[in-house]
Design a protein around this ligand. Structure first.
Ligand SMILES: Cc1cc2nc3c(=O)[nH]c(=O)nc-3n(C[C@H](O)[C@H](O)[C@H](O)COP(=O)(O)OP(=O)(O)OC[C@H]3O[C@@H](n4cnc5c(N)ncnc54)[C@H](O)[C@@H]3O)c2cc1C
Length: 403
């Protein structure tokens, strides 16, 4: 493929959930799509995550005070769309994806945390999400296996989890059937804009280099987006967040719900196979180069102090967990934007260049891919995307030099 020039309507860089789901929608809309994934499909955060489908406002939006929480609450509108998307996703893709939406509890241990839950639930209800506050007795009735010391919880009947190991392949196979070309082991190593506004991309794969000229590029490359946008001198304010997940041995079905905590980092659920998955946003440690700078291309390392703290919170909330054996802990790296909301859409300084990254994009990836595909195919963003568009950070690219 050395020196080959091909014509595609869009080049998608990244074969994770966002890239493959976008390819699926765009191919169905009739675009000629090329996906380039430097490793294998699902090798990034999409294959390493907790698989939680959380539609309540996340703790990270609540821990910076009421103003930040009120801003963060705006994401509920998108969460509601995501909830509907997940309800129909197995039918849409025509196969089981281990989607279990039996409900979710965000627990509180103290009265102060209960007050925060009440604040959160009021915002959610205003925005049409039907969360409700359970007091301690109601919580014990619903989930007797949780610790009796818990003060209460917020309950949402639609939360749950799905299997991150199979979703991306389902989208990729469907996209392929619709005519999308998917090249794995193929990295974007060069990107420039020509005078006519089209893009020239250099892809390095097993057979050498390939040059692709295309009117549109979608950077769906997770925490590598800033590096790739940087090839054009553009700044996308996304920051790598290296995290950890743990899994216990199998046990009989004990935990039908997704468990989160309003005052501590915790997510917990039981898989269809009976294993308990424990996470919640505890940081792992980024690899470092010899000069001390972070190396985003090597896996992050487990941070033992944080692992112990994560397990301690989990066992405090569900005491029976102390009897289980830990099978494995792994790391994965995701990214968070400067205002914690996803960045999805066209970069104003570079027409035809789209990005989609930042935040909980396992939960939100499928619906964002649908909205983004409409944006790309129709040439304008639907209203639902307006608060996530990159234009809110347009000032960062005021000094970009493009042809
Ligand atoms: C431990 C952990 C737990 C999480 N838990 C949850 C959760 O429970 N619920 C939730 O909603 N979200 C969760 N997330 C976040 C979620 O996993 C991510 O937001 C989502 O998977 C991002 O998908 P993506 O397709 O944007 O990125 P990725 O899956 O990271 O895919 C990006 C792809 O781009 C490729 N790439 C990079 N550079 C290049 C290049 N130059 N050329 C070609 N390809 C390139 C990479 O190889 C990678 O495959 C979690 C994340 C982690 C790490």
């Amino acid at each position: 493929m050395t020196g080959e020039t091909s014509k595609f309507d869009i080049l998608i860089v990244g074969g994770g959930l966002v890239g493959c789901a976008s390819a699926w929608h765009l191919a169905r809309l009739g675009l000629k799509v090329l996906v380039a994934e430097r490793g294998h499909l699902n090798s990034g955060a999409s294959g390493q995550n907790a698989g939680s489908l959380h539609f309540q406002i996340e703790r990270r939006f609540l821990e910076q005070g009421e103003k930040a929480a009120a801003d963060g609450a705006r994401i509920v509108t998108l969460n509601r769309l995501a909830l509907e998307e997940w309800r129909g996703i197995e039918h849409m893709l025509g196969r089981p994806l281990d989607v279990a939406m039996h409900g979710g509890l965000m627990v509180a241990e103290t009265e102060a945390q209960m007050a925060l839950l009440a604040f959160k639930v009021a915002r959610e209800n205003e925005l049409g999400l039907s969360t409700q506050v359970l007091d301690g007795a109601q919580l014990r009735e619903r989930a007797p296996y949780l610790s009796p010391h818990l003060a209460g919880a917020a309950w949402l009947a639609d939360e749950g989890h799905a299997n991150p190991r199979i979703l991306v392949d389902a989208f990729a196979e469907g996209a392929g059937e619709q005519g999308a070309r998917i090249r794995t082991g193929t990295a974007l190593t060069g990107l420039s804009m020509a005078r006519d506004g089209t893009y020239s991309a250099v892809l390095s794969g097993p057979d050498g280099e390939m040059r692709v000229n295309t009117p549109r590029v979608l950077l769906a490359s997770g925490h590598w987006v800033p590096r790739l946008a940087g090839m054009l001198g553009l700044n996308v304010p996304l920051y790598a967040a290296p995290l950890m997940m743990s899994v216990t041995d199998r046990t009989e079905p004990v935990l039908p719900y997704l468990i989160q905590h309003v005052g501590a980092r915790l997510s917990m659920k039981q898989t269809e196979d009976g294993n308990l998955l424990i996470g919640g946003g505890w940081p792992s440690r980024l690899a470092r180069r010899a000069d001390g700078t972070p190396d985003l291309d090597r896996p992050a390392a487990v941070e033992m102090k944080n692992l112990r703290a994560n397990l301690a919170v989990a066992a405090r909330v569900m005491p029976g967990l102390a009897q289980r054996s830990l099978l494995r802990t792994w790391t994965g790296t995701t990214c968070i934007s400067a205002d914690q909301l996803p960045i999805v859409g066209e970069i104003p300084a570079a027409p035809g260049l789209f990005v989609a990254a930042g935040g909980s994009l396992f939960t939100l990836g499928p619906v964002l891919a649908r909205l983004l595909a409409r944006t790309i195919a129709e040439g304008s963003a639907p209203e639902e995307l307006s608060m996530f568009l990159p234009r809110r950070f347009a000032h960062l690219d005021a000094f970009a030099v493009l042809p």
